[in-house]
Design a protein around this ligand. Structure first.
Ligand code: TXA
Ligand code: MG
Length: 325
């Protein structure tokens, strides 16, 4: 796969139906012209992603909202867009018939976001089309927050725009705008607390009453490294040995891991810093041949901590069998 920093060239490729990997403020995305169903089909194939899991469409200007969402567009869409775009919030709302069904997996809704990363914004602007892009990893595997994470997993895309380390390190928050409120489909870089300042969040109960289907991509297992991962708790603490890699939250906790490879996500327990470093730490542990299993310290579930714990539970799901039926 060709790698570089030529945004003009990359935008031209997108217009020609090619696939471009690009940095966003959250994670790297694998992009295609959203209105080119053939290019979108290749995204699913390159990522080995099941076609029942729909893609996010990325835009660079507010006018593109009306290109994708069917009118009448709920006022809450504009409230959220005004408050959080450009930025790591994805809004799901009724789609226009012109949006290819492949993008939305046949759903009547489409997911849209306007990234704030300058390279992503420039790429979409120059391409002149909305860009459908899932995270640039193989389906179910660790998300990429650096260009080399992408190269580990994919080689079929036509170009990789290298923009260094991403800013938030964790995916966007996905919300569905519904009559009377907004429902969080995926916790992410924008916290529930900041959403609540602007809109009403529908609770699980209200959601059940509305009879809506959950987001198709919300699988129990996801974001997984290729070796066992365990969230540290009292019952498995004793299993940490020389063949383990340990990821901790701060250099002040649990520092008695002598001779065991340890990575600290944040020196002072800062949740945002932990999110930024989370996937990179998991990639390092995944790549180290001496490490047979990974242990990670849980974080408090406030703010972006909710999104971090969501990723960790899904990443550990296949290995952490305790308490499961
Ligand atoms: O930060 C991000 O969101 C990154 C960057 C590249 O923008 N993208 C990303 O895409 O994480 P992906 O495909 O890995 O995750 C998109 C999620 C999936 O869980 C999918 O099921 C959900 O969004 N989604 C997409 N369209 C939807 C829709 N119409 N209704 C409900 N959920 C939808
Ligand atoms: Mg993903």
């Amino acid at each position: 796969m060709q790698t570089g920093t030529d945004v003009v060239y990359a935008a031209d490729l997108l217009r020609k139906g090619k696939l471009v990997v690009f940095p966003t403020e959250t994670v790297y995305g694998l992009g295609a012209n959203a209105f080119d169903a053939y290019a979108v089909a290749r995204v699913f194939s390159v990522k080995k992603r099941p076609t029942f899991d729909p893609l996010i469409v990325h835009i660079s200007a507010f006018e593109q909202i009306e290109q994708l969402f069917q009118s009448p567009i709920d006022e809450q869409v504009y409230t959220l867009a005004k408050a959080f775009w450009p930025g790591p919030l994805t809004i799901v709302h009724n789609k226009k018939p012109e949006v290819p069904d492949l993008v939305t997996s046949g759903l009547p809704t489409v997911a849209v976001r306007m990234p704030s990363h300058p390279v992503a914004a420039e790429l979409i602007r120059l391409a002149g089309v909305p860009v459908a892009a899932p995270s640039a990893n193989l389906f179910g595997c660790l998300s990429p927050t650096q260009a080399n994470h992408v190269e580990k997993q994919l080689n079929e895309p036509d170009y990789l725009l290298d923009g260094g380390q991403t800013i938030f390190g964790i995916e966007s928050t996905v919300v569905s705008v519904e009559p009377g409120g907004v429902r969080i489909l995926r916790h992410g870089a924008i916290s529930q607390e900041s959403l609540e300042v602007h809109v009403t969040i529908l609770t699980e109960k209200e959601v059940e009453k509305s009879g809506q289907l959950p987001s198709p991509g919300m699988l129990k297992s996801h974001y997984s490294p290729r070796k066992p991962l365990y969230i540290i708790k009292e019952s498995n603490f004793g299993k940490i040995n020389e063949e383990s890699g340990v990821i901790i939250n701060s250099s002040y906790t649990m520092k008695n891991f002598n001779g065991i490879k340890t990575i600290s996500l944040s020196e002072n327990g800062n949740l945002c810093e932990m999110a930024v470093n989370l996937f990179a730490a998991l990639h390092v542990m995944e790549d180290d041949p001496e490490i047979k299993q990974i242990f990670i310290e849980p974080v408090s579930e406030t703010g972006i901590g909710k999104a971090i714990m969501d990723r960790l539970r899904k990443a550990a799901y296949n290995y952490d069998t305790e308490g499961k039926p």
